[in-house]
Write a protein that binds this ligand. Structure first.
Ligand code: CP
Ligand code: NVA
Length: 301
């Protein structure tokens, strides 16, 4: 594994290896066992979109691993004024040991990897959010102990989260159901990927149908970063695509709830369900730190 650009590139074994290392790093951190695997190394973090969790967990994680992280806003970088990615990649490769990038186009992340000579980590694009799903899988395994036989149900927009969850969950042996409005399905490349998985994948426009017997219920915002202008229109399209009591009743009695955050209460999830499952959701947020540290150690140590 040279980069983390999308989960489509990773094998099941590579995913499980990262999760195992993440568990170990979490244990070590909780027990005060030093793990400075990246001493003297520098991670550049390019942000073309806002972030709370990704920024803080990468920066803290790098510090805990003995290295340092540079926050590079596209507002300040020359890339924001049109310097080509090809040049930015070759320059930053001379200074840094790795780059985390959050941006719009997946192609920009792939181009950084092609032209640079250091590991590139995708910190979210319009297409996918692999770091988030590694933390989600880590959390699911913490709560449920296994992946085989588990069903994850995603309710909402067929966006970056849906795309990555489908790939990650199917690869580790889970079943996936998606409930999304017509016209808001996951990307064509993902719908191609699911074909060999047969009845381990299903898609519907009914949240209750999708939630039947689910072990994990997942949702995300109706309007993602970059779609702010569509927010009001999307509120109408997505009405009802919500994790609420009715959806919870269709799932298994011990179903857990996951949300990548930030959450919009009473839109994609009710405040009641959110608060009832807050422990699971904030464990998931914490696990961003541990999962990303594992990714950085795998790629940069
Ligand atoms: N879930 C997530 O990526 O959060 P941020 O946008 O705050 O980084
Ligand atoms: N789909 C959301 C995820 C945020 C972590 C977005 O892209 O804004």
């Amino acid at each position: 594994m040279k980069h983390l650009l999308k989960l489509l590139d990773l094998s099941k074994d590579e995913i499980i290896d990262i999760l195992n290392l993440a568990d170990q790093l979490k244990y070590e951190q909780k027990n005060g066992i030093e793990h400075k695997h990246l001493k003297g190394k520098t991670l550049g973090m390019i942000f073309q979109k806002s972030s709370t969790r990704t920024r803080v967990s990468f920066e803290t994680g790098m510090y805990q691993l003995g290295g340092q992280a540079l926050f590079l806003s596209s507002r300040d970088l020359q890339i924001g004024r049109g310097e080509p990615v090809e040049d930015t990649a070759r320059v930053l490769s001379r200074y840094l040991d790795g780059i985390m990038i959050r941006t719009f186009a997946q192609k920009e992340v792939e181009d950084l990897a092609e032209y640079g000579s250091i590991p590139i980590i995708n910190g979210l694009t319009d297409f996918c959010h692999p770091c988030q799903v590694l933390a989600d899988l880590m959390t699911i395994r913490e709560y449920k102990g296994v992946f085989d036989g588990l069903k994850l149900c995603f309710i909402g927009d067929g966006n970056n989260m849906a795309n990555s969850l489908i790939v990650g969950c199917l690869k580790v042996g889970m079943t996936v159901s998606i409930a999304c409005p017509e016209g808001y399905e996951p990307d064509a490349e993902i719908l191609e990927f699911v074909k060999p998985y047969g009845d381990k994948f299903m898609m519907t426009t009914s949240p209750v149908e999708a939630a039947k017997n689910a072990d994990v219920l997942y949702t995300d915002v109706w309007a993602s970063m970059g779609e702010e202008a569509e927010a009001e229109m999307r509120k109408k399209v997505f009405a009802g695509f919500q994790i609420n009591d009715e959806v919870m009743a269709a799932a298994k009695p011990d179903a857990m709830v996951q949300h990548c955050l930030p959450a919009h209460r009473e839109e994609e999830i009710t405040a009641k369900v959110f608060e009832a499952h807050a422990n699971e959701i904030f464990d998931e947020a914490e696990n961003r730190l541990h999962a990303q540290k594992a990714v950085m150690v795998k790629l940069m140590a």
